[in-house]
Design a protein around this ligand. Sequence first.
Ligand code: ADQ
Length: 741
Amino acid sequence: MRHIFLIVLAVAFAVSLAASVFTLMQVNKETDELSKKLRERTLLLADGLAESAAPAYARYATSTLEKLANTFTNRERLIGLAFYDTRGNKIAGSSGVTDEMLKNAPILDTFNSTEPDDAFAITEGTRKYYFAQPLHSDDAYIGSLVLVQDASDIDVAMSRIWRDTFLKLFVYFLLFAVAIAALVYFVLFKPLSNLAESIRQARMNKDARAPQPSHHNFFLQPLAMEVSKLASSLAQARTAASEEARMRLEKIDTPWTEERLKEFIKAYLKDRPIYVVSNREPYIHSKDRGEVTYSVPASGMVTALESVMAACGGEWLAHGSGNADKEMVDAESKIRVPPDEPKYTLKRIWLNPKEVKGYYVGFSNEALWPLCHIAHTRPTFRKEDWLMYKRVNGKFAEALLAELKGVERPIVLIQDFHLSLLPRMIKESRPDAQVGLFWHIPWPSAEGFSICPWRKEILQGMLGADIIGFHTQQFCNNFLETVGKEIESLIDLEQFAVTSDEHTSFIKPFPISISFTDAMEGKTSIAPDRAALEAMDIRTEFVGLGVDRLDYTKGILERFRGIEFFLDAHPDFYKRFTFLQVAPPSREESEKYRDYAVAVEAEAARVNAKFRKNGWQPIRFEKRHFSHSELVPLYQTANFCLVTSLHDGMNLVAKEYVAARDDEAGALILSKFTGASRDFNRGALIVNPYSAEEVSEAIHRALVMPATEQHRRMRSMRTSIRDYNVYRWAAEFIKAVAALR
Ligand code: ADQ
């Protein structure tokens, strides 16, 4: 705007200058004309007067001359007149003509001259016209007649001209100013600003479109066309660069690391924030005897997502379940975590005991968990639990939507079966959000799922997501079959997509993993250190390891029966072998889990009682939580790890064991009903956990396996998790979610 003002000012100055020169010329011309007229009139008057006065003058009749002078005084413009002798002395004059007036008059050159003379002068404050007419008698010069005329009307006329001109100039100036301002604004300023804005947008890549040339602006069109071409080239260059970066980041043969995931997220999402939502929180604060400590829960979902969030940052919304959680958060229930080295924000959602009982213990753990796992544990469907489940999903939705306010196209990654209704709730309020749902547990057959009374609502809730991820293709197939059976929808088997209520969800397998990278090679101790085992007073030649939450799907009872079978079949391993089972209590609020914990302890006691000999017993049951750093030395020293899940989405313990084996020794015995068995089918000893004999055989094989075979198997499994670690899992899942428009 300041520029427009300056332009107007400059134009106004130029116009004023031109007008002033023009007016000056006009004024001069007018002055000349008026002067000329005055002169002519005065000349006539002077001629007449000279003629009338000549006889009296010749006689030197001063009184007659005075009379004559007074007679003509004050006629029209004539102020007065005076007669002079040849030497320039005044001899008579009208009373109006003062000596002062004549004294200040310009010296008139008529004396001794035959020609009249005239001049203008300002005397006594007004402009006067002096005219001197030589008087002659018989051709001889006898004196002069001086007439003094009032010439102030010339000044009046001149000032009128100047005034009128400036008045006109002022009006022109105003009109000009408005016209120029409008012209500059609409023809130059606005189109240029628009052009500049679109260039800026193109530069910032906020709007991928190139600036469009205005068809109405004749002057700027060529410029706009050029800029448009320039912006298109810029956009193309940028796309090519980011495509190249993306391809570089996606290159299969380069390993995925935390750093690479960060770069990938930056290049792919371009500062779009990530929101993770789950029931379980990654850090739980507890208070014991006045001291607040924190722990990472034993959860496969937490193990995987924590590494992703630590790499990408963002916000994680989860139920605040620790007894000191409230003390640690700010007014918005937020806390930066990991507590020792904050990298992302955890927002805790508070649930009351009734909500926890209905939504978590009841519907999630006693209905959905057994429904999805084929472990032959009957699900319990209670209406009140379902209602609470819906309510809590609504509570999560409310909290998440509040966080998403003002955030454009957020990426929302919803975790697990506790929040199956959340995707639709979010999409209904925020259709621009790109929502991924990852289902960490198996998906049963359509037949199996059909026993759920609220199956349609659950499926509809899930189908609010743009991407629904499972660990294996088999679970994807089951899910699609279930949807086909339960929901009116269009199923595209080629794309693995479901369209219902005009929204399409893509169903894809994303086998989850752990944060294993090349960089970790050699970080764990090369020579396995048995100190951790010895600290637990485990000193046998062979050690087997089981690490699980105390959950009936993990097949711990079946595992113990396999050990019993093994010892029955191979008594030579008596006193030479210990099986260490590490299992923290899980979901203790549920009676089934409490009963299971009791059953596991009883089974361990039974097997131990059967084989106990001279202070040795085969099973060591540690019913407590171990930190990951406590688990690593156990993984490194155990001769084998035994995973006998009756049904498991993936099973990360199997992958953690393999990752810990820098020495490429040891053996993994893995249930065929885990997702992990697909990744490790060439390295692990795959078993049916329901067959104690098969488990027993695998244990024996593991214990007598030659070192070369151990290395070969272990190497193949390590290659598999190195190639497909959790960073790649996250990149592929996030890419699938973010790629959809
Ligand atoms: P989970 O059922 O929790 O996970 P899993 O994949 O084995 O099962 O992960 C368990 C995690 O808890 C591991 O990281 C393990 O180290 C840890 N853990 C187990 N026992 C522990 C103990 N005693 N002390 C400390 N930590 C312990 C769900 C699905 C799985 C799926 C994961 C991830 O049921 O099938 O693999 O999510 O998607």
